[in-house]
Ligand binder design. Structure first.
Ligand SMILES: Cc1ncc(COP(=O)(O)O)c(C=O)c1O
Length: 430
């Protein structure tokens, strides 16, 4: 691969025009859209309109006139298109952590009612910490046990008649490893357990088919379709820092169990102001308090940037480009950077939209190299203890960006630039 080859790939990239939707800072190669997506150009004007027009002039009337009261559902329906869900099955609300609490609690309540002898939540030790912390507290609160397996290969053996819920993250935040969601869900169901998935690094990055194309009469014991899912708004959905997350429940559960955060926005009739809680039908019961309208407006602009890929092939086209970008970057790094080992899987089918690397010899090199790259305008991040993490958002990245980033990385290492003291000072956010 030469730089000209990368430029030629960009010249023939059908998704190339989508880069124009983003306000990318000049001179920056942004490889951290898996942590915080880039600002869409439409967002500032839309948020300003919501502030000055809908709030400023419309005031309280905007709950009805501007449709604020159903915004969580409207944005949810748009996200649903990206993850294989149907309209009315998904809402945008709260954070991923809070939504995970809601759905895991609902899943545990279902198992407690249907199969009380099942007392285990099964997950991976390498899952994102917030998922494990939420599961840990729910397990303690409800009398369940949290079993953490050490490798993905150990998951099937843990799906026995003690397993209540299999709770996994689709793409591992630290390694980029992508699970086969359909196969693991089916294995959980066959074992009599429910499946809860965190799609934080999947929504907008890899194709997801929550309903798995299944008809209503499919027996859940053979179903590939998960029971519950949550995901993040500020990563590949470009919704802005702290954007609302999303929550989905399979239609077989949507009307069955109340989630534990029984706030008034999830009530069947919030404006009747009755004292007893009556959950709304369907997914609306997974709402809790008053939605953050400004944040939802920004999230909608971000989701629209991903939907803008639909005329060009949608998620399948984004996935193909994402794989091309991660492959190109990983191959160039392998050829140029003997100091680094590849952590993310080589097989396309097992890799999300990120490339993770680790130092072969000097662990201190990882954090400092990321800082040295940022100083050169190549933004990735560091994940303790020793991972250099580079996320690839196919909406706004070019093949030449992946190529140039690898060249910068090789230069930082060859020249020992990372040893400079200013790159070795740890900041709060890494
Ligand atoms: C897999 C995964 N789940 C959850 C979270 C955190 O969710 P939040 O802080 O928005 O609740 C993250 C954050 O990066 C994540 O990577």
């Amino acid at each position: 691969m030469t730089r000209d080859d990368a430029l030629a790939l960009d010249a023939h990239d059908p998704l190339a025009p989508l880069r124009e939707l983003f306000a990318l800072p000049p001179g920056t190669i942004y490889l951290d859209g898996n942590s915080l997506g880039v600002l869409p150009k439409a967002t500032p004007a839309r948020v300003a309109e919501v502030v000055t027009g809908e709030w400023g002039r419309g005031l309280i009337g905007s709950w009805n006139q501007a449709g604020w009261i159903t915004l969580a559902q409207r944005v949810g329906d748009k996200i649903a298109r990206l993850v294989g869900a149907a309209p009315g099955e998904l809402v945008a609300a709260d954070s991923t952590s809070v939504n995970l609490y809601k759905v895991l609690a609902a899943a545990l309540a279902i198992v407690r009612a249907d199969a009380p002898q099942r007392t285990r939540i099964v997950s991976e030790r390498s899952n994102f910490p917030t998922d494990l912390y939420i599961a840990e507290s729910l397990a303690a609160e409800r009398g369940f046990e949290l079993l953490l397996v050490d490798t993905p290969e150990a998951i099937p053996a843990a799906l026995d008649d003690r397993c209540a819920v299999l709770m996994l993250t689709h793409v591992n935040y630290r390694t980029g490893r992508l699970h086969d969601m359909a196969a693991l869900t089916r294995a959980a169901h066959a074992a009599g357990a429910l499946a809860v998935w965190d799609l934080a690094h999947s929504a907008g990055a890899v194709p997801v088919d929550l309903n798995a194309g299944e008809a209503d009469f499919v027996d859940w014991r053979t179903s590939k379709s998960p029971d519950f899912a949550v995901g993040c708004g500020y990563k590949f959905l470009n919704g802005g820092p702290g954007a609302p997350a999303f929550v989905w429940a399979h239609r077989r559960h949507a009307g069955r169990f109340a989630q534990p955060l029984s706030g008034w926005m999830g009530h069947a009739a919030p404006f009747e102001f009755t004292p007893g809680y009556r959950p709304a039908p369907g997914i609306a019961r997974y709402l809790c308090g008053t939605p953050a309208i400004l944040a939802l407006a920004a999230l909608e602009c971000g989701v629209d940037t991903v939907l803008a890929a639909e005329p060009f092939g949608g998620m399948a086209a984004l996935r193909a480009k994402s794989l091309a970008l991660t492959r190109l970057f990983a191959d160039e790094v392998s050829a140029r950077c003997p100091q680094l080992a590849r952590v993310s899987p080589e097989a396309d089918a097992e890799r999300g939209s990120q490339v993770c690397l680790a130092p072969r010899d000097e662990p201190a090199l990882a954090y400092a190299t990321v800082q040295a790259l940022i100083a050169r305008g190549v933004v990735g991040d560091f994940r303790a203890p020793d991972i250099l993490r580079f996320g690839f958002t196919p909406l706004y990245l070019r093949h030449v960006d992946a190529y140039d980033a690898a060249v910068h990385l090789a230069e930082v290492l060859e020249r020992g630039e990372w040893r400079r003291p200013e790159f070795n000072r740890r900041q709060a956010v890494t």
